[in-house]
Design a protein around this ligand. Structure first.
Ligand SMILES: Cc1ncc(COP(=O)(O)O)c(C=O)c1O
Length: 474
């Protein structure tokens, strides 16, 4: 708290002026007395980046607006120095050091002939990861939500009928975006923790001219996996396009865009591909391209009009917008890592690590939101918060004590679940074991009884079985 030094009087006055009911011309003693009584934070707390010299130069009695402006305009920002976290979240995931190196590669122009070759390579890798030969295959300059937006607004025009299968926040987002493109969108829902039944979609669309069926292969908000094939059948019956969100599943869960005849498939760079956030890979089938060609109206979004965006990513390489070149470098390197590992090995790695995690959680007496093992998304495990345990406090402790970040639930699941991500670079044996040990410590600190080492022990056993089975099958 300030002493009797008149220059420091100004440090209390602005704070008191903040609460408005106090005049700015209080004496030092009055100001101190009130501040102490109110336990009012000193100016450093209100303006943590304030430059002390600026604060001292303010005349006593300066009004709050002037003080705020002076502090804001002269605040000091230090060099970037983030903590090193283990991001076991539902995205973004930690990235391989090779991806950081690619991110720091010197820039070239987006119309540079060399960069055009780099774009070719990026598209080659994307086609391999999507398992497609689709002409329109590119990374959108957008996060995963941009992928949803682009998919939906290129297909739907006002009056078109569509169905979106909703079983969580992200499929709900697709529905919300679709309703902005057409007023005739039907939502078919499943309870959180379960996939939507394709049969319910069939029933909802009966007798209608359904143009699009949308779903999330991996619903990140609930940790639920939806199998695509049954929806493809229903889409065929309706003559509809199938749009699939693979933001949380691409490169972690089996997917063959051409073989499974997904018409539009999009993802996000920051999850199982393990590149930084900011790009949304997308691929479009010839059938969907035909639908784009037959549109009666222009796509409502200029930026996400895939036909014009392909002028840049297609053979002409014509300027459309300036893409995030460094992110493309990083995405390219992350995808090279995927292909070096092989898709099949990567799918298996995600499966095995989640099984070990689940074995550990089970041994610790914890339950999962998705009760049916076949419905569990390998990248995100939604764990029920046990009675008597403070959900937020536990996550805070994991972060403070172990540098591990996990996520909580959204909407109706807020406070009820934790979401543990094991995606891409983060889906590693060492991370599973560290997480289970850290979780045991945090649960124990909250008085939740866990058998000592039970989680880690069960996970280790699981790994040993999986490795032995792999040797036998070789
Ligand atoms: C399945 C799914 N779809 C869409 C999104 C939206 O992606 P973004 O947050 O990158 O816009 C997310 C994000 O977590 C997601 O998990």
């Amino acid at each position: 708290m300030a002493g009797e030094d008149p220059s420091r009087c100004t440090e209390i006055r602005p704070c008191l002026a903040l609460v408005k009911q106090f005049p700015a011309n209080l004496s030092v003693a009055q100001a101190q007395a009130i501040a102490r009584k109110l336990d009012f934070p000193p100016w450093q707390e209100k303006f943590p980046r304030a430059n002390p010299r600026t604060v001292r130069s303010l005349p006593p009695g300066a009004d709050f607006k002037k003080i705020k402006k002076a502090m804001t305009m002269t605040q000091h920002v230090g060099e970037l120095n983030p903590p090193v976290r283990l991001m076991l979240t539902p995205g973004p995931s930690s990235v391989d050091p090779r991806v950081y190196r690619a991110l720091a590669t010197p820039l070239v122009g987006h119309m540079d002939p060399w960069f055009k070759g780099c774009m070719d390579e990026t598209q080659v890798l994307l086609r391999q990861i999507f398992q497609t030969e689709n002409r329109i295959t590119m990374p959108l300059s957008a996060s995963g939500s941009g992928g949803i937006e682009a998919s939906v607004v290129n297909v739907l025009e006002e009056g078109d009928e569509a169905i979106v299968a909703v079983n969580g926040v992200f499929s709900e987002r697709m529905y919300e975006i679709a309703t902005r493109a057409s007023s005739k969108v039907i939502k078919v829902e499943a309870p959180y923790g379960k996939p939507v039944a394709a049969e319910d979609v069939r029933r909802a669309g009966k007798g209608k001219k359904i143009k699009m069926i949308g779903l999330a292969q991996g619903e990140t908000s609930t940790g639920v996996l939806t199998r695509i094939d049954a929806f493809r059948k229903v889409a065929d019956e309706f003559g509809a396009l199938l749009v699939v969100d693979t933001v949380a599943s691409l490169a972690a869960v089996p997917l063959h865009v051409d073989r499974e005849r997904v018409d539009i498939c999009f993802s996000g760079s920051q999850k199982a591909i393990s590149a930084p956030p900011g790009m949304s890979p997308i691929t479009v089938s010839p059938a969907a391209e035909e639908v784009f060609r037959k549109r009666k109206t222009k796509v409502q979004s200029w930026y996400f009009d895939l036909t014009t965006a392909m002028n840049y990513w297609g053979k002409d390489r014509l300027y459309h917008h300036t893409p995030p070149i460094s992110l493309i470098f990083a995405l390219r390197e992350a995808m090279r890592l995927v292909i070096e590992e092989s898709l099949e090995a990567r799918w298996e790695r995600h499966r095995i690590n989640q099984l070990a995690l689940i074995a550990g959680l089970d041994a610790m007496g914890l339950k999962l939101l998705a009760e049916n093992p076949a419905d569990r998304l390998p990248t995100v495990t939604a764990v029920m918060v046990p009675a008597g345990v403070d959900e937020v406090k536990l996550r805070d402790q994991l972060l403070d004590e172990f540098n591990i970040e996990i996520a909580g639930g959204f909407g109706p699941l807020k406070g009820k679940i934790w979401r543990v991500g094991l995606m891409g670079y983060c889906s590693q044996k060492a991370n599973v074991l560290l997480f289970l040990a850290a979780l045991e410590k945090c649960l124990t600190d909250q008085g939740f009884r866990v058998g000592s080492g039970a989680g880690v022990g069960a996970a280790v056993k699981n790994y040993c079985h999986a490795e032995a089975a792999a040797v036998v099958s070789r």
